[in-house]
Design a protein around this ligand. Structure first.
Ligand code: HEM
Length: 296
């Protein structure tokens, strides 16, 4: 019987030999380099963009508070500051301060060299990060409980679930770090980061939708079909991507999968770069520069 077609023969040695030819090794190296470059660009873009958005929040909302001009809080969304609802104001104030810190710090916490070389600093900053995410989530939940969101029930449920998941992820990341269960800590820290950047993606998505599709399905009171979808769509997809990253085992990916993945990552990075450019020019940059010049 022909051994090549025998059911009992093991084809793996032949396949392994084929994948180690010079041509296959070149494709392998190319796929690795493409994946590294596109992932690096995406991560750098997310870091720069979330940091700018975080600085904008601190500059805009804190500057208005420092000047006693709280009515300015209502420029982006109405009803954020109303003297008749002090609990909601306190909740959303805590939310802004803590949310700004979360966005500026998330980038630092994920830097692998810092985690590996300065673990004590990673732990100290990690405590601040967890406290800030708790403040952001609980402050937002207090606001919802005190007066509800602008978009009514659907947005209350979407944002309420978002707050709840953020609080759970923060507690779990902290608990597992304390108990030195590092695999579980890593998984919950990735989920927490994915949730934290949801608030930033929400603005970017709206920016693109209004710019490219004329904002169809969006209404001023956030009750349109697009608004209802977006009440969930800014954090559930991120969580799905986080689950893929948590479970990914790099050695099992073929060169074709890695090349396809690097294409998707490059498109995502391009999309975010364009969004960041427009938001920085129009909103974030001017507010940050005004705060630096002391005119915010
Ligand atoms: C790092 C995370 C977060 C940041 C940086 C952030 C930032 C902000 C900002 C700047 C606003 C004011 C509107 C604007 O300028 O666009 C806002 C509004 C709001 N956020 Fe967040 N947020 C974060 C996470 C959350 C979470 C986890 C919840 C869930 C409880 C939440 C609930 C809300 C609510 C309810 C409003 C007011 C919406 C309304 O007026 O009806 N946010 N947030």
């Amino acid at each position: 019987m022909d051994g090549r077609h025998s059911l009992g023969s093991d084809p793996r040695p032949a396949l392994l030999a084929a994948s180690h030819t010079p041509g296959a090794a070149r494709v392998d190296g190319l796929a690795d380099a493409a994946l590294r470059a596109s992932l690096g660009t995406l991560v750098a873009t997310v870091w720069a963009s979330t940091t700018l958005f975080g600085l904008y929040i601190l500059a805009f909302y804190a500057a208005a508070l420092a000047r006693g001009d709280m009515a300015r809080w209502n420029e982006v969304l109405p009803r954020l500051h109303e003297p008749a609802t002090p609990l909601a104001t306190a909740g959303i104030g805590l939310h802004f301060a803590a949310g700004g810190i979360v966005l500026v710090m998330g980038a630092i916490q994920l830097l692998a060299p810092l985690r590996e070389r300065l673990p004590a600093l990673h732990r100290a900053l990690g405590r601040i990060y967890v406290l800030a995410t708790l403040g952001t989530g609980l402050g937002g939940l207090a606001f919802i409980a005190a007066k509800g969101t602008i978009g009514g029930t659907v947005m209350d449920v979407g944002f309420g679930l978002y707050g709840l998941l953020t609080v759970i992820a923060a507690v779990q990341a902290f608990r597992h770090a304390r108990a030195r269960r590092l695999e579980l800590h890593r998984a919950w820290a990735i989920r927490l980061f994915a949730l934290a950047i949801g608030s930033w993606l929400y603005r970017i998505d709206y920016g693109f939708w209004i710019g490219l599709a004329g904002g169809v399905g969006h209404t001023d009171d956030f009750t349109g079909p697009f608004d209802r979808l977006m009440a969930f769509f800014f954090y559930l997809p991120n969580l799905a991507v986080a689950e893929v990253i948590i479970r990914a085992r790099p050695r099992q990916r073929t060169p074709a999968t890695r090349l396809a993945a690097s294409g998707v990552l490059a498109v995502a990075a391009g999309f975010l770069l364009v969004g960041t450019y427009f938001f920085t020019r129009r909103f974030w940059g001017p507010a940050i520069l005004e705060a630096i010049a002391g005119r915010g």
